[in-house]
Design a protein around this ligand. Structure first.
Ligand code: NAD
Ligand code: IPM
Ligand code: MN
Length: 365
């Protein structure tokens, strides 16, 4: 049975890294008989500006019916300053496909990439689970008396018991599946008494069901400090949509930068979306400077979601080896030294590395 993957490269560097990622997965699929098939869709700023299409009617149903996963580049374009197409593409898929788990591993691949004195691979290895369907992201709210001196702008934070509970449950499941023993929930319950009070109560309830895992609730400001001061304390962090967005850029900075940060937008057992944490990077788009490794690592998360754990391991190992002794794009030069290579050069080396690992692999497909 072929497993169909919808590829949405999007804007800016999205297509550059998507090409590299798909080529890698196509090769892996051929070598290991995975049966992956890739269909490309041109949704993004160009299409939106050309004919007004954000996503066509019925697209979500089509994804549910025909696709196992979405492999996504990035959206965002200076020609669309209101970012409405990005909301209508990416956020719409997160919401309408109910991809409530935004899984963002923050793992250092090489000690030289650490920006923290004395903290290396052993210390920098945590997973953030960001609630992905509610919080401050639902667009609930409005503007009153717009443009006047009495203007009121309101953004409502939505926290539902169902949403909080399934996120907390997922955090404990992720901990168990990854051999982690600690889960930390980050909120601002000292100020946001209602919504984050709910997070506190639900987290306490859920943690009682998992006595084998140490559970702790922390304030997000203290956590932001602590992630820099003592990152080794953290193994799994669960938090709301906005805090998760911010903490995972911090997590990326601690583990080699956005060029290496991968994510999954997941509803277990259903079509899910895999994308790098980074955006469309208009500052480097079209220059061949984009690091394709975050996209490749997002592909590894996708492989795991599809049940191809051994292949996910192979891709992750190929990326690690590429970082350790391969060519690298300009973003990694300050940490790794040497001269900068292009997206294409890194992608080609990564492909060779993966082929070599596959041919040596003892795990049968
Ligand atoms: P960004 O992630 O696009 O870029 C931030 C910085 O990181 C830039 O200097 C960029 O050059 C660098 N960078 C990002 N990815 C890189 C890569 N793979 N290799 C090397 N360097 C990389 O964030 P931004 O500049 O704040 O946003 C640009 C646009 O992207 C905005 O429209 C924003 O809304 C959008 N965005 C989209 C997503 C997404 O699609 N998931 C995520 C974040 C931002
Ligand atoms: C991310 C991005 C998105 C978010 C934007 C582009 C809507 O920053 O995936 O981290 O805020 O979730
Ligand atoms: Mn973000």
């Amino acid at each position: 049975m072929p497993l169909r993957i919808a590829v949405i490269p999007g804007d800016g560097i999205g297509p550059e890294v998507a090409r590299a990622g798909v080529r890698l997965l196509e090769r892996l699929s051929a070598l290991r008989g995975l049966g992956l098939e890739f269909d490309w869709f041109d949704f993004g700023a160009d299409r939106y500006l050309r004919d007004g299409t954000i996503l066509p009617d019925g697209f979500m149903d089509r994804l549910r019916r025909e696709y196992a996963a979405v492999y996504f580049g990035a959206v965002g374009d200076p020609r669309v300053p209101g970012n409405e197409h990005a909301k209508g593409i990416l956020l719409a898929m997160r919401f309408e496909l109910d991809l409530y788990i935004n899984l963002r591993p923050c793992r250092l691949l090489d000690d030289r990439l650490s920006p923290l004195k004395g903290k290396g691979r052993k210390e920098l290895d945590f997973i953030v689970l960001r609630e992905n369907t509610e919080g401050l992201y639902t667009g609930t709210g409005g503007v009153f008396k717009k443009g006047t001196s009495e203007e009121i702008a309101q953004e409502v934070e939505i926290n539902t018991r169902k949403g909080v509970e399934r996120s907390c449950e997922a955090a404990f499941a992720v901990a168990a599946a990854n051999g982690k023993r600690r889960v930390c929930m980050a909120d601002k319950a000292n100020v946001l008494l209602h919504g984050h009070g709910l997070w506190r109560r639900v987290f306490a309830e859920v943690s009682k069901k998992h006595p084998e895992i140490e559970a702790k609730a922390v304030y997000v400001d203290a956590l932001a400090m602590d992630l820099v001061r003592a990152p080794e304390v953290y193994q799994v962090i669960v938090t709301n949509n906005l805090f998760g967005d911010i903490l995972t850029d911090l997590g990326a900075a601690l583990t080699g930068g956005l060029g290496l940060a991968a994510s999954g937008n997941i509803h277990p057992g259903q079509v899910s979306l895999f994308e790098p944490v980074h955006g469309s990077a208009p500052d480097i788009a079209g220059k061949g400077q984009a690091n394709p490794l975050a996209m490749a690592l997002s592909g590894a998360l996708m492989l795991r979601h599809l049940g191809f754990d051994a292949e996910g391991d192979l891709v992750e190992e190929a990326v690690r080896l590429q970082v350790v002794d391969g060519a690298h794009t300009p973003d990694l030069v300050p940490a790794l030294g040497g001269s900068a290579a292009s997206t294409e050069e890194v992608a080609a080396q990564l492909l060779e590395r993966l082929e070599a690992l596959v041919s040596r692999s003892k795990v049968q497909p």
